[in-house]
Write a protein that binds this ligand. Structure first.
Ligand code: GLN
Length: 604
């Protein structure tokens, strides 16, 4: 047995329902009585293009009324919504599929009953003339992801006996709904119903609807999102005819059935289901197909209107500068300014697919923060998508925030092309809106603004004496002098590599001027350090360099080799112990910052 949970579940449904031989084969199309009542196949295609198949997933049968949903979609796409929507209604009729009744305007109730489907095929005839069926076959094949054909025996059989559909077609023509000849339209409609598919095909067709109109197996774009939503809505309201209300109430998944024994069902953004079992109930739906859909929906709680998302979950973390600082290490004077203005920057890290409700919540969080924060950062790196509605809300929220004086930086949007483009289009209009590639850059920039605003840069020391190095704090002047005597001056140009990862460590560098960044091979910045700080001090504990260090500006350093340090340790045991204690204190400080960060991320 498979270890895939969904396939195991489908297998159990198959075993259980295969024993049920209730229901009847459709016999009003004589050829359909040749179907094997034992046949039963269940397939599910996921939106990433994987197909689970169990039972007779590859037995061909005729698509019948399931074609109605896809031909309607194709008509919307090809002929345009206006024409299609003015010809065919979208109200459930509450009648059986073959009802000879039109609505008060003498239009078909909806495209899922025969009258509407025949009208739809008529529109394709108007547009494509003699090529209408070939065009339909081509389009259905794109949904299935393979070239389909049709069963000429079933077609002939229905043409020979289809007087009821003929009656419907004449009624439509009397009211001007059909413009082509009745026989021409019915020829197309009967052939379209006789198109041969398998449960596997139906699953892929349904998954194309689930995947916003893109066939998940072939990657081909078949429908626009507008058409997908309209097709699914008529499937919800009328796909199961006079059982549609019951179906929606109990199962809650848009579906369409056919008298050939097929059922398709679409769970948007998740999966497409295709079932084949030819024994039908009184509504003309596959008995085992309905049972399987019911079992699936109730076992996994798939009813579409049963939504249990909390809008607040989109905020993965929220903090101010007390919680998280940038990777730029600050000199004491700068840090003091940041500490005094911790709450003036609020950061929200968003996550997941952001919809209308999520963004409405975010807009309230931001508006709340406005009273105390001068700056807001919203990070989108962990966001998978931002819905159109959410984009509209965000735009309006940013308009208001920036107009009231709050500076807003949006970071991590690059992986969502259209959202990123929308943000770009706002930048010109909102002077207080900024964009950063990475959250860390956004935080650093925000810190810079605060330091600048409070005059921090005037006090910034560009050059530091060795005695002021944090690592040498508390050392007697005589010890510092002795160290200085054994050091070499090093100078680096902007962009030059100072230390390479994985190299053997043989020295510690004290920065006396300029700025350096510690980076991983991927380019991710771990830290930025300036005058008064050390790089490579881990050499006192470790043998190999753990990351690259690059000069961001012109950099002056004093280099202490490990050999020289060993000699110093012999002569000044107490001072060297002090250095190790200072190192431990600096590491402890980093650990405290890292812990604060973990806490800020975990508490939301
Ligand atoms: N070809 C069939 C008909 O028009 C389709 C009906 C159905 O599948 N419900 O009667």
């Amino acid at each position: 047995m498979s270890d895939l949970p969904l396939l195991r579940f489908l297998g159990r449904c198959h075993v259980e329902f295969a024993q049920d031989f209730s229901g009847k084969l459709a016999d009003y199309i004589p050829e359909l009585t040749k179907a094997d009542p034992a046949h039963f196949g269940i397939c599910i295609a996921t939106v990433d293009g994987y197909v689970h198949a169990t039972g007779d997933g590859y037995v061909p049968f005729t698509i019948q009324s399931i074609s109605k949903a896809f031909v309607f979609a194709m008509a919307l796409e090809l002929i345009g919504a206006e024409k299609v929507e003015s010809t065919i209604g979208v109200e459930p009729s509450g009648d059986a599929f073959n009802s000879i009744r039109l609505n008060a305007d003498n239009r078909p109730f909806n495209p899922m009953v025969n009258a509407g489907a025949i009208a739809c095929s008529g529109l394709i005839c108007d547009a494509e003339g003699n090529g209408a069926f070939e065009r339909i076959l081509h389009e259905l094949s794109r949904f299935a992801g393979r070239r389909l054909d049709y069963d000429s025996d079933v077609f002939e059989s229905e043409r020979a006996t289809g007087d009821r559909n003929r009656a419907i077609a004449y009624l439509l023509r009397t009211h001007g709904v059909l413009r082509c000849e009745v026989d021409q339209v019915l020829d197309v409609y009967f052939r379209q119903c006789a198109v041969r598919v398998t449960a596997h095909d139906l699953a892929v067709m349904a998954a194309t609807l689930a995947n916003n109109g893109i066939n998940p197996v072939t990657g081909e774009s078949v429908l626009s999102p507008y058409v997908v939503a309209r097709t699914l809505s008529v499937m919800v309201s009328a796909g199961m005819y006079d059982y549609a209300g019951e179906w929606g109430y109990r199962i809650g998944i848009p579906a369409k059935s056919g008298v050939g024994g097929g059922i398709v069902a679409t769970l948007p953004s998740q999966l497409g289901l295709g079932i084949y079992s030819p024994l039908l109930d009184s509504h003309g739906h596959s008995v085992r197909g309905v049972q399987t859909c019911e079992a699936l929906s109730s076992h996994f709680d798939l009813h579409l209107l049963n939504q249990v998302a909390d809008v607040r979950n989109c905020v993965g973390a929220a903090y101010d500068l007390a919680g998280v600082s940038s990777r730029r290490n600050r000199q004491a004077g700068e840090q003091a300014i940041l500490d005094a203005h911790q709450s003036s920057v609020i950061t929200l890290e968003l996550a997941g697919a952001i919809n209308f409700g999520n963004m409405e919540y975010v807009s309230r969080r931001l508006s709340e923060a406005k009273s105390r924060a001068l700056q807001a950062i919203i990070d989108f790196r962990r966001v998978s998508s931002v819905s159109q509605a959410a984009v509209r809300l965000l735009e309006s929220c940013l308009d208001a925030l920036t107009a009231s004086g709050v500076t807003v930086t949006l970071s991590g949007t690059a992986h969502m092309a259209s959202f990123s483009a929308a943000v770009d289009s706002w930048l010109g209009r909102m002077p207080k809106l900024h964009k950063a590639a990475l959250l860390d850059e956004a935080v650093e920039w925000a810190e810079d603004q605060i330091i600048y605003l409070h005059g921090g840069y005037d006090r910034l020391r560009e050059q530091t004496a060795l005695a002021d190095q944090a690592l040498l704090e508390g050392l007697p002047a005589e010890a510092v002098e002795s160290l200085a005597a054994s050091m070499t001056e090093r100078r680096f140009q902007p962009g030059e590599r100072i230390i390479a990862a994985n190299e053997r460590a043989h020295s510690v560098l004290f920065i006396s001027r300029g700025m350096v960044s510690v980076k991983l091979a991927s380019g991710l910045r771990l830290a930025t350090l300036v005058a008064g700080m050390t790089v490579g001090e881990m050499a006192l504990l470790e043998t190999y360099r753990s990351a690259d260090v690059w000069a961001d500006t012109r950099v002056d350093c004093l280099e202490l080799s490990l050999d020289a340090y060993a000699r110093f340790r012999e002569e000044h045991p107490q001072a060297s112990e002090r250095i190790i204690r200072n190192l431990a204190a600096l590491l402890a400080r980093k650990l405290i910052v890292a812990n604060r960060k973990i806490d800020a991320l975990a508490s939301y």
